[in-house]
Design a protein around this ligand. Sequence first.
Ligand SMILES: [Zn+2]
Length: 149
Amino acid sequence: MQVGLLLVLATMLAGCSWRDPRRSPPRRLAASAAQVQRLEVTAYCPCGSCCGWERNWWGRPVYSYGPQKGQRKQIGLTASGTRARLGTIAADTRIYPFGTVMYVPGYGYGVVEDRGGAIRGQKIDLFFRTHQQALEWGRQHKDIRIWLP
Ligand SMILES: [Zn+2]
């Protein structure tokens, strides 16, 4: 009986951590409201080379370049303050503001929650958990369905 309970708990926990937010839209979306644009799609992960940080003498993560060079950097937090996860997209927020929903063929649903120094114009960056997965995505051009907030 205890084994059964453990199994139920394990299944519930696994259900939580393995749920991939890219499989379903993050909010109700009207198909008619989507616009389709061909964008250049690259990929990133939380690592220092993707996100521009390094460890200082004390082993603390700091910005490795740019105006905040040397200042403390919170790893894994997006520019909008959310925790980066599968489905997090970095975009040029002058065109695609935070909260814009996108459907990227081969990736799934995502939400613009981040920005990047090199992400300007018709270009987006998809979050992956590992650098290897980001490398495997590489650079692709895709027809993206876009729902502005
Ligand atoms: Zn990386």
